[in-house]
Design a binder for this molecule. Sequence first.
Ligand SMILES: Nc1ncnc2c1ncn2[C@@H]1O[C@H](COP(=O)(O)OP(=O)(O)O)[C@@H](O)[C@H]1O
Ligand SMILES: O=C(CO)[C@@H](O)[C@@H](O)COP(=O)(O)O
Length: 549
Amino acid sequence: MVGIDFGTLSGRAVVVRASDGTHLGEAVHAYSNGVVETTLPGAVTALAPDTALQVPDDYRDVLRRAVPEALATAGVPAHSVVGIGVDFTACTVLPTTADGTPLAELPDLAARPHAYPKLWKHHAAQPQADQITTLARERGEPWLARYGGKISAEWQFAKALQVLQEDPEVYDRAERWIEAADWIVWQLCGHETRNISTAGYKGIHQDGAYPDRDFLAALHPRFADFARDKLEHPISQLGERAGGLTARAAAWTGLPEGIAVAVGNIDAHATAAAAQTVEPGRMLAVMGTSTCHLVNSESLAEVPGMCGAVRDGIIPGLWGYEAGQSGVGDIFAWFTRTGVPGDYAQEAAAQGLSAHELLAARAADQPVGGHGLVALDWHSGNRSVLVDHGLSGVIAGLTLATRPEEIYRALVEATAFGTRTIVETCERNGVPVHDITVAGGLVASPFVMGIYADVLRRPLHATDSDQGPALGAAIHAAVAAGAHPTIQKAAVAMGRVRRDAFTPDPGRADAYDALYAVYTELHDHFGRGASDALHRLRRIRNATLEGNR
Ligand SMILES: Nc1ncnc2c1ncn2[C@@H]1O[C@H](COP(=O)(O)OP(=O)(O)O)[C@@H](O)[C@H]1O
Ligand SMILES: O=C(CO)[C@@H](O)[C@@H](O)COP(=O)(O)O
């Protein structure tokens, strides 16, 4: 099986054995244009603040490069591959023509930012998200509670409404508005499909329908037919066969024409299969640039700030809940870029360490609370439980004695407190969390994972694969190809987990409770209305930058 994980900066392909998930080969291809945040490729005009775009052909390059390379490293003949599955960041969404051509690839639209895919962390649609939430509340829309009472700026409707309001011509030319997860499947099998997961979590598709025409018309008269014209399509279940690999995609990838292409999926959701967190109450935290928290339940509950409760959204037959933190590894990376003095950088180079590793080594032995700091992990906004991308990061307790590694540690702790807030909110509102499994790039850091185990006061299981999402995509491919009857059965056969990989220390866990109380106080003060300071700062920044463009 081949699984491909389309991440924020790169795409990774793995080749695995369908019987037991044995990893045979892999390859990574970094997107040439990465995340487009400042100017469009080859242009000089500054993009608006909080813009995050991508270039569609970078995704195809992963098919052309990473897949053949993974096959070569696996050393297996191409004809032995019987299925291919993909997962993608989400909501990463793009406008296309009726045949799936991205508008960004039409010569007359190539210079228009709104013609490009909007990456999940494009947060410039916060005003539109607020408009959607406010109207949904006023009208008592039944679907709003499934999203914890707020619609995120990251999702399909907010991003599309932004296009309509800011570049109506691009909006009109978009015959389809499609998740990249479904678009890449279209590239592979030659026809459009829509997976239930992105439709449900990112596209407000509940109980078989999108928000109705009256609601959309009240947002903007020209938005009335958005769902009917640009989204509507039969919804496919996870693990289904989307189609057969086309001759064109076979030529790109080196794989046999006609093999099963699985329905697309969200990266974190595919990982649930690799992590074997497919039964109710088993939470998965996929920790990388951002963190996604997923848990299944047999029943529907309304959880404040949940990114979504979707029937069949993670595993067919169960209610899947998703929460998340928009910035985690991204926040640590920001600090390594901006907060590391020259002598630290020299020491890291001399010891052959990354900045992360040096800061972690220096901070690791500090007693909990010894830095006197608590931070709020909102450098990329808050996806759960406040659902507000107008919020920003905070560090409290700085003194003239504060050292860089202490700030770094406080930032890691802040993200762990953010996860604890999500877990407690689930449990308080009828979604039990029996155990937690971690996956993603951050699992490789014992420093980060130790803090999480202490803050969460639980042992953490970990996926035993460096390529959890891609393995999950391959598991979905195995089901689509008929090698296993269900995702659950395929997960048991092909998934990889280390139980109790990280365990809490009771003394440190107790000490963290005191810091967590401060975190919660600051969280509620800045995030729940007592102080509007962070929103005002954002407005001042945006007005200033807008004036200078
Ligand atoms: N040793 C480390 N300690 C903490 N964070 C790290 C470390 N190494 C990488 N990171 C962060 O992990 C993130 C990458 O996670 P990964 O799961 O590989 O990617 P993605 O989420 O894009 O799929 C980056 O934000 C990076 O800054
Ligand atoms: O939001 C989701 C899934 O719902 C993720 O795709 C998004 O956070 C990006 O994930 P990564 O941090 O790039 O792994």
